[in-house]
Design a protein around this ligand. Sequence first.
Ligand code: PLP
Length: 411
Amino acid sequence: MTTTAPTLARAQDQEARYLMSTYRRQPVLLAHGSGTRVWDSEGREYLDLVAGIAVNVLGHCAAPVRAALEAQAATLVHVSNLYHSEPMLEAARLLVESAFPARVFFCNSGAEANEAAIKIARKWGQRHRDGAYGIVCLVDAFHGRTIATLSATGNEHYLAPFTPALGGFDHVAPDDLAGVAARLRDSAVAVFVEPVQGESGVHVIDDATLRALRSLCDENGALLIVDEVQSGMGRTGRWWAHQHAGITPDVMTVAKGLGGGVAIGAVLAAPGADVLEPGDHGSTFGGSPLATAVAAAVLRTIEAQGLLARAVSAGARLRAGLLGLAERGLPVAAVRGRGLMLGVALSADLAAETVAAGLRHGVIVNAIGTRTLRLVPPLTITDEEVDEAVRRLGRALGDAVAGAGAEAPAS
Ligand code: PLP
């Protein structure tokens, strides 16, 4: 049997043949990773500021993740939710201790966590609001790709091929508190909000607005649901981004970083919102011993390694470095976000060009639209890596401005 060395050209060919074309992938075949760095099939090294889109919070192949995977793989990988298992209990306890008094339902992704939250809101409405089921969402939200979560997302671009949307979702601008209040007085039973809107370009919903939404929910007998799928797990410098505002939600959804690279999602419901009963909801894989053992390890490691403080200091250093690029005349107009969840607003439509040039210069960043770069690196990124990433990004921006070709040397 002949073995074929993995090459980008072969991967692209096989992809066209065997995979649905749902992604516009960058022309790179990633082969292995360690910490903040990944290497491609040609042996080129990159600083990965995307980190699986806010997933690899401890970096690639982190020791605690590997240890938990190996130990649990040798003990018990999967059992049905018809039975108890220890790792799920431990992960739930640690999650609740990081957040607010609540109970947890485990699933496998952010969209699934949000589906569960929507079901909680609907059942809560049946029980407490005469069957009302409206949910107020924010303009520019992103809550997932299932029909219900797409409907909550409300973005025509994502939704158009799959209409009709599920009813009951209404979108209001974040600063339109009067609009939120009117809908809550009418028939809405919940407000659904990402404390930092990641997919739309890293827009922080300011603390005063979050507090106002909390008050409006209290005044109108509605649930406040926070989607911390991207902003959670310490990324903004607190365990959960809503904690900056000093509020407590009724329901919180979690995924991405929770498994440190392993698929897992969760929804937390405070006692007043904890309405699901046996038979209401379920998931074959949700909360498997393997996934929850890793989640528990990730939660313990963030605490043990002081990574909330690290997100603050590394985030400040990264932000300063990015603003320094602007001072050098590179097209950085503003840096948005909190901690290690940053959006770089460019002053020209150069996001795609910068991403491509970044690959040539050894830094991985993500384009949102034509003018924003998203940076969500591991919380374990070192100061030296931050500085090096900024230098590489500076070169990439320089290339993008110059419209330089692919011959720019990697450095
Ligand atoms: N909610 C938010 C805020 C997200 O950023 C995402 C994914 O980017 C999701 C939900 C959906 O998560 P998943 O892709 O795991 O279904």
